[in-house]
Design a protein around this ligand. Sequence first.
Ligand SMILES: *Cc1c(COP(=O)(O)O)cnc(C)c1O
Length: 375
Amino acid sequence: MAATIAPRSVPFFNYPWLFKSQEKEIMETLREVMSRGAYIMQRDVEEFENNIREFLNVKFAYGVADGTEAIIMGLLAAGIKPGDEVIVASHTMVATASAVHWVNAKPVLVECGKDHMIDPASIEASITKKTRGILPTQLNGRTADMDAIKKIADKHNLIIVEDAAQALGSKFKGKNAGTFGKAGTFSLFPAKVLGCFGDGGIVVTNDADVAKSLERLRDHGRAVGEREITGWGFNSRLDNIQAAILNLKFKTYPAAIERRRKIATMYQQLLGDLKELQLPPAPGTDERHFDIFQNYELEAERRDELRKHLEEHGVKTLIQWDGKAVHQWKNLGFTEKLPKTDEVFKRCVMIPLNLALEDQDIEYVAQTVRKFYKG
Ligand SMILES: *Cc1c(COP(=O)(O)O)cnc(C)c1O
């Protein structure tokens, strides 16, 4: 039996720590980049895109304004057209569905499975004559069963675009999240595993035509080296200052992933025997998956009471997406009935998992959860 840990406060996420933990290097980076006057589409963005290409083993990568615009441009470049239906898991950020909306296509919401990833059977059941795409969310740092999804896409001639906002470095059978379909997108929001100090995003592809479209879409319809406006575009460029900071953070990214997996393993060891909980699959339990644990989302009996107990003992928790799956936001007008997802949203909760935490914080969280169920 491990020693009891004295009460402490464990925030869900520690934003000031992001700066404090690397203050000196960050300030040096800012000074260097700003002294160069390098703000928009400069060499730091290029270097960042190279880093991402190499890391994901993908041919093209573009830094863009944020993870939501990354999806919008990914869908447009991949060929989703007005009136098309695009299948999205309801257990995702509203941004996934709104991206589909803003390309004038229709998001069709489907169920998630036991591991909270989009459910292939539910995808298949939702296909109509208008279905044109599947937009799986690589949720919580895990990659969906892309064999099953690709099989459905091939059978029905559908385009896959991945919302891998939470999954930079996550793999399925050795292949990176974001590289399975026509395009894949990532978010660099501060709380993501690779976050900047503001908004940022990435779109990747292996398809040269999609790449050319993305290049144009993110910069007013102009591709690099083109003097002609080739079509309508956005201003959706990743800030060069953010790219410079991301390059700095990228040096320790593999270590960051390893630490997250270590914390997930600790939670498994400390909580795995509690029958009241359903923990996410631990690292190494299914060799097809390499998860990066953007979040540690579990299901818990008497969830709301558990949260209250944890809060009273200094541990902050969160229910993803402000507590609702996309189809549950009544003002958006969805009519899908998704009982499995409804059930998950009565039980799901995220406990702290981030790089600011020490082992003792993890042990204290686990101890406090155990005390709730075991007294
Ligand atoms: C964070 C997130 C987004 C949106 O990313 P932004 O950079 O905030 O626009 C989209 N989808 C998922 C699954 C996310 O977690």
